[in-house]
Design a protein. Structure first.
Lengths: 510, 452
C-alpha cells in the first residue's frame, strides 16, 4: 500500500477478503506470515493495536450503538473525560472534535443525531468519521456499498476521493466491478484465499470478472423477447403502512402479465418492500385490491398466497429467507414441508426431503459440504441459491424476487439471472424489485419506478439510465424530457451527473 | 463412571438435528487431526488410530465432555462444602501443619462416606445385595435405590421436556411450576371426586392433569401470540396464581379431608392411582413408563413432524418462518399448550403416583423449577432431558440416604444440582480449568442463551 492510494480488493463471496482484513485489523491472528508496516513487521493482538498502528476499519455490518448519538458513538472506546478521578464524559470536546473532522474531510454529519434515525449511508459516514478521529492512515472499507443506494454509493466514492487527496490510504473491499473501475488506483483479485492477480483499473469488466471467478462470465443478461400473455397479478389502488404506521405505499396500480418480467426500480425505502409484503400477505392491505389470475388475494394468509402458486425471494435473506440453524435440506422445504411428498399428515418424510435436497443442490449448483450442513455456514451467494431453488422448484403463476442478487458474487448473479429469465420463458409472471439499476434494466421487460409510495412512471428497458435515475429521484417524466433535451447524452461519462442530482434530491426530502 | 463405553454411547442416541451438526463437527476435527505433524502413527494398525481420535474428541470441549467435567467439578466443590460445614472435620485443619494426616483422613472419611451413601441410596447398595444372597432380605431391597431414583425421575422428565420443548420453539417457559400445580389440582380433583371404574378413572385423572397444564400454558401462549406479552414475566406471575389457588382450594369444603384439621385434601381413590411396577414395597410406578413414552413422543414431534418443523423454524427465526407461510402466533400458542400438557402430566405424577396421594400446599415440590435445570442439563434435547432427569432423580434419592446416614443436609443435593448447571452454562470456565481443546464451545453457549 502506498500513501494516498485506493487499493481495491476484489473477490467472490467467500474468497477470503474479509478474513484477510480482519487479520489486518487484529481481530483474527495469522497462522503464518507477517504484516509489514513501513517495512517493520507488526504483531497485532487486537483492534486497539491496529488503531495504534494507524489502521482503521469500517465493517460491512456497522459497529454502532443505535440509541446513542453520533458523538457518543464516535467517542465510544476513546472517551474524553474531565474532572480527574470523577471521570465526567467531556461530550462538548468530543462534539467539537467530530465537527472538526467532518468539516476537514467534508463529511457532513449531525453530531447530535441519534444513530437509529439516520439512513444507512449516513451511518456509514459516521463509521468513517469514527475511524478518522482515531488518526488512522489506512482505512479498510469492507463491502461499503453493499447496503447503499446508487446515490449514496456515488457520495461514498466522492468521500473516498477526498480522503485520498488528504493522503489517506484506503483498502476497498468489494465485488462490484463498476465501483472498482470508477475509483481504484490498483486492484488485487483474491480467489479462494489466494492472490490470483493484480490489475489496473483500465482492465475491462470482463477481464476482472474472469479473474475473480476463474472463468469467463456474462455480465449482460442474455434473453430473448418476452411473449406477455394474460395479466397474472393485478394491483389496484393499493395502500399500505410501514412498521411505524407511516404510509409507505400510497395508491399503487400495477399489472404483471404471464411471461414477462416487471422490474420495480427505486431508491430503497420508497415503498417497494411494503408493496411486495402486502402482496405476499405479510402486511395488512389498508385499501385497494390485489388479484392473482382473477382471484382476490388481499386478506389471504401468506401460506395461502404461497400455495396459490406464488414464489417469493425476500429481500433480506438472513432475516426473512432462511433459518440459519437449519440444514440446507430443511431450508429447501421451508414453505412446502407439510405438502406431499415432504409431509403426510403430521409426519415429515425425511427421506423425501433428503432426496429432493440432493437433486436441487445439483440443479441449482449450491456449493455445500452436504445437504445436512447448516445453511448459515454457506456463503451469501449459495444461501441465495438455496432460496431461489426452493421457490422455483414448484409450479408458479407469479414469481416475486426482491433484491435477488444483493451481496451475491458474480458467478451466482449470472446463474440467478438466467433462472429468472427461464422462469419468465415458461410463462410465469415475474416481478423483480432491485435497487441495482443495472439489474432491473438487464432483467425487466417493463420497468416501474417507485417514488414515495407511488409508481411515478413505467418505462421500457431501453430507456436511458439517466432518465430512470431522474424518475427514481422523483422528477416526473415531463421534467425528464426537458432535462434530456438540455443535457447532451454522452453514455457512461455522464453517469455521475444524474446520480448526484438524485442524491441531493433525496437529501432534500430528509 | 470409569468405564468409557456407556458414556460414549449416550451422545449418539440423541436424535436431534443439533446432535447431527455436533457429530459433523466432531467429524471435522477428526479429519483435521492427521494433518497436524507428528500425530500420524503409520506403524500401528488402523484400529488404535480410531481410539486415539476418540480420546482426542473426549478431551475436546464437546457437549458430552463438558457435561461430564461439570459433574466432576460440582462434586469437588460439594466436597469442599461438606468439609467446611462439618465443625469436627474443620477443627482438624487448625493444626494441619503439625499433623496433616488428621485433616486429610477425616476429610476423606467424611466426603467418601457421604458420596458412597449418595451412590448407595440411588443406584446400588452392595450390603443389600449380599444380604439378598445370604437370605437376610428380599430382592426388593436390592432394587430399592433404583426404585427411589426412578420415582424422583418421572415428574422431572415431564417438566424438563416441557421447558425443553418451549425452548426449542424460542420461548422460555419459567411456568412449568404453575402448569404442574394446576395439573396436580385437576388430577387430584378427578382422582377423588369422580366415581369411575378402575382403569378409566386413572386415564381420566391423568388427562385431567394434562388439561390443567394445557390451560395454564395456553394463557401465556395466547398473550404472547396476540398481545406480545413476554412469556417469562407472565409464566412467573401465573406460578404465584397457581400456587395460592392450590393453597386456597385445599381448605374448601368438599376438597379438604374432613377428618383432618390441617391443609390436606381428600386422598385420591386407589382406582385413579398409577400402578406400582415392582410390588407394594417399592415406590416406582407407571409414571416412569409414561415419561419414557413422552420423551419418545417429544423427540418424534420435534424431529419428525410438521408441527415440530414449524416449532423449530419459529424458534430459530420467526421472521423467516412467517415469510414461509408458517403462522407464528398459532405456533407460539401451540408450543405453550404442549409445554403445559407435559408440565401438567408431571404434576399429576406427584399425586397419582407414590409420592403423595392427596393435595398439600407443597405437593408439587420444586419439579417445575428443577425442570428448567433438567432441560438445560439435557441440552434441550428430549433424550438428553431423560438422562438429566435420571441424574437429578438419583441425586435426590441418594440425598435422602446421605442425610440420614452421613448427616449431610439434603440441601447439599440442591447445591450440587445448581453447581452442575452453572458449570454447564459456562463452558468456557470448564474449558479453562481442564485445558480442553476448543471444539464448538461457542455452540454450547448459544444453545443455552437462546430464548432470551
Amino acid at each position: 500500500m502506498e500513501p494516498g492510494e485506493i487499493h481495491a480488493l476484489l473477490g467472490e463471496n467467500g474468497a477470503g477478503k474479509s478474513t484477510l482484513m480482519n487479520v489486518l485489523y487484529g481481530l483474527y491472528q495469522p497462522d503464518e506470515g507477517e504484516i509489514l508496516v513501513d517495512g517493520k513487521p507488526l504483531k497485532l493482538k487486537g483492534p486497539s493495536d491496529a488503531i495504534a498502528a494507524g489502521i482503521g476499519m469500517v465493517h460491512q455490518h456497522f459497529m454502532l450503538v443505535p440509541v446513542f448519538t453520533v458523538t457518543e458513538n464516535i467517542m465510544l472506546g476513546a472517551e474524553q473525560v474531565r474532572g480527574g478521578i470523577a471521570g465526567f464524559l467531556d461530550r462538548r470536546r468530543a462534539r467539537r472534535e467530530v465537527a472538526e473532522v467532518s468539516e476537514r474531510y467534508n463529511l457532513r454529519v449531525d453530531p447530535d443525531a441519534v444513530i437509529e434515525d439516520l439512513p444507512v449511508g449516513i451511518q456509514q459516514r459516521v463509521e468513517i468519521v469514527k475511524a478518522l478521529t482515531r488518526d488512522v492512515d489506512l482505512l479498510i472499507l469492507d463491502e461499503p456499498t453493499a447496503v447503499l443506494t446508487p446515490q449514496e454509493t456515488e457520495e461514498l466514492l466522492t468521500v473516498m476521493r477526498s480522503l485520498r487527496a488528504a493522503g489517506k490510504s484506503i483498502v476497498f473491499i468489494t465485488h462490484k466491478l463498476g465501483e472498482v473501475k470508477a475509483i481504484a488506483d490498483r486492484i488485487t483479485v483474491i480467489r479462494r484465499g489466494k492472490t490470483v492477480g493484480t490489475a489496473s483499473p483500465e482492465a475491462s469488466r470482463d477481464e476482472l470478472a474472469a479473474l475473480m471467478v476463474g472463468r469467463n462470465v456474462r455480465l449482460t443478461v442474455d434473453k430473448g423477447t418476452a411473449t406477455p400473455g394474460e395479466p397474472m397479478l393485478e394491483v389496484a389502488g393499493l395502500v399500505v403502512d410501514d412498521d411505524r404506521q407511516v404510509r409507505a405505499v400510497d395508491g399503487v396500480d400495477l399489472t404483471v402479465r404471464a411471461g414477462e418480467v416487471l422490474g420495480v426500480a427505486g431508491v430503497q425505502g420508497n415503498g417497494q418492500t411494503e408493496l411486495i409484503e402486502a402482496i405476499m400477505g405479510l402486511r395488512p392491505v389498508l385499501a385497494g385490491t390485489v388479484s392473482l389470475g382473477g382471484d382476490r388475494i388481499d386478506g389471504w394468509t401468506t401460506k395461502k398466497v404461497l400455495r396459490a402458486g406464488v414464489g417469493y425471494v425476500p429481500e433480506d435473506r438472513s432475516v426473512d429467507g432462511l433459518v440459519k440453524e437449519f440444514s440446507v435440506a430443511e431450508n429447501l422445504v421451508l414453505d412446502i414441508y407439510d405438502r406431499p411428498p415432504f409431509g403426510a399428515g403430521l409426519a415429515l418424510k425425511p427421506d423425501a426431503i433428503a432426496t429432493s435436497a440432493k437433486e436441487r443442490i445439483e440443479q441449482f449448483d449450491v456449493r455445500t459440504s452436504s445437504a445436512d450442513a447448516a445453511v448459515g455456514t454457506l456463503s451469501g451467494g449459495n444461501q441465495q441459491k438455496v432460496i431461489v431453488a426452493r421457490e422455483l422448484s414448484r409450479p408458479l403463476k407469479l414469481f416475486i424476487a426482491a433484491q435477488p442478487t444483493r451481496g451475491v458474487d458474480v458467478g451466482s448473479i449470472e446463474f440467478i439471472h438466467s433462472r429468472i429469465i427461464r422462469e419468465r420463458d415458461i410463462g410465469t409472471a415475474v416481478m423483480v424489485v432491485s435497487s441495482e439499476l443495472d439489474e432491473v434494466i438487464g432483467l425487466a421487460d417493463r420497468i416501474a419506478v417507485m417514488y414515495r409510495g407511488r409508481i411515478i412512471g413505467i418505462v421500457g428497458p431501453d430507456t436511458p439510465r439517466e432518465e430512470i435515475g431522474l424518475l427514481m429521484a422523483g422528477i416526473s417524466p415531463d421534467a425528464v424530457s426537458e432535462r434530456a433535451d438540455a443535457a447532451p447524452t454522452g453514455g457512461a461519462a455522464t453517469d455521475g451527473g444524474p446520480a448526484s442530482d438524485a442524491g441531493s434530491a433525496s437529501e432534500d426530502e430528509a | 463412571m470409569s468405564d468409557p463405553n456407556p458414556q460414549s454411547g449416550s451422545p449418539d442416541k440423541e436424535p436431534a438435528s443439533e446432535a447431527q451438526a455436533a457429530q459433523t463437527a466432531l467429524g471435522n476435527t477428526e479429519r483435521a487431526e492427521p494433518s497436524t505433524p507428528g500425530r500420524s502413527a503409520p506403524d500401528s494398525e488402523p484400529k488404535p488410530n480410531l481410539g486415539r481420535m476418540f480420546l482426542d474428541n473426549l478431551w475436546a470441549a464437546n457437549t458430552f465432555t463438558v457435561t461430564l467435567l461439570s459433574l466432576v467439578l460440582a462434586i469437588v466443590v460439594g466436597a469442599v462444602l461438606m468439609i467446611i460445614s462439618d465443625p469436627e472435620v474443620l477443627s482438624t485443619y487448625s493444626y494441619i501443619t503439625s499433623r496433616p494426616s488428621d485433616a486429610l483422613n477425616s476429610s476423606w472419611t467424611l466426603v467418601s462416606e457421604a458420596y458412597a451413601n449418595l451412590f448407595k441410596g440411588s443406584v446400588f447398595d452392595p450390603e443389600a445385595f449380599s444380604g439378598w444372597l445370604n437370605g437376610d432380605n428380599g430382592w426388593q431391597a436390592v432394587l430399592a435405590p433404583i426404585s427411589e431414583t426412578l420415582t424422583y425421575t418421572a415428574p422431572l422428565v415431564f417438566t424438563g421436556l416441557a421447558v425443553a420443548l418451549a425452548f426449542r420453539g424460542g420461548l422460555f417457559n419459567i411456568g412449568a411450576q404453575g402448569q404442574a400445580t394446576v395439573g396436580v389440582i385437576l388430577a387430584a380433583l378427578a382422582g377423588f371426586l369422580l366415581p369411575l371404574p378402575p382403569g378409566l378413572h386413572l386415564l381420566v385423572a391423568v388427562l385431567a392433569g394434562a388439561l390443567g397444564g394445557a390451560i395454564w400454558g395456553f394463557i401465556p401462549g395466547i398473550l404472547k401470540a396476540r398481545a406480545g406479552a413476554h412469556e417469562v414475566i407472565n409464566t412467573i406471575m401465573l406460578n404465584y396464581v397457581a400456587t395460592y389457588f392450590l393453597t386456597w382450594l385445599i381448605v374448601q369444603n368438599g376438597v379438604q379431608d374432613p377428618t383432618r384439621p390441617d391443609a390436606i385434601s381428600q386422598a385420591v381413590d386407589t382406582s385413579a392411582q398409577l400402578p406400582r411396577l415392582l410390588g407394594d414395597n417399592l415406590r416406582v410406578h407407571a409414571g416412569i413408563l409414561i415419561a419414557v413414552l413422552a420423551t419418545w413422543g417429544v423427540a418424534w414431534l420435534l424431529n419428525r413432524s410438521t408441527l415440530g418443523f414449524e416449532l423449530r423454524a419459529v424458534g430459530a427465526n420467526p421472521d423467516a418462518a412467517r415469510t414461509a407461510g408458517i403462522s407464528v402466533t398459532r405456533t407460539y400458542t401451540l408450543i405453550m399448550v404442549f409445554s403445559g400438557i407435559l408440565a401438567g402430566l408431571g404434576g399429576s405424577n406427584m399425586v397419582l403416583g407414590s409420592t403423595a396421594s392427596a393435595l398439600t400446599p407443597l405437593v408439587v415440590a420444586q419439579i417445575g423449577f428443577d425442570g428448567i435445570l433438567v432441560a438445560l442439563l439435557g441440552r434441550v434435547k428430549p433424550w438428553g432431558v431423560l438422562l438429566a432427569a435420571l441424574l437429578f432423580g438419583a441425586l435426590q434419592a441418594g440425598g435422602n440416604r446421605m442425610q440420614s446416614y452421613s448427616g449431610i443436609s439434603l440441601e447439599l443435593v440442591t447445591v450440587l444440582q445448581a453447581l452442575i448447571v452453572i458449570f454447564i452454562a459456562a463452558p468456557a470456565l470448564v474449558k479453562a480449568i481442564f485445558q480442553l481443546r476448543a471444539a464448538r464451545a461457542a455452540r454450547l453457549q448459544t444453545s443455552l442463551a437462546k430464548g432470551w
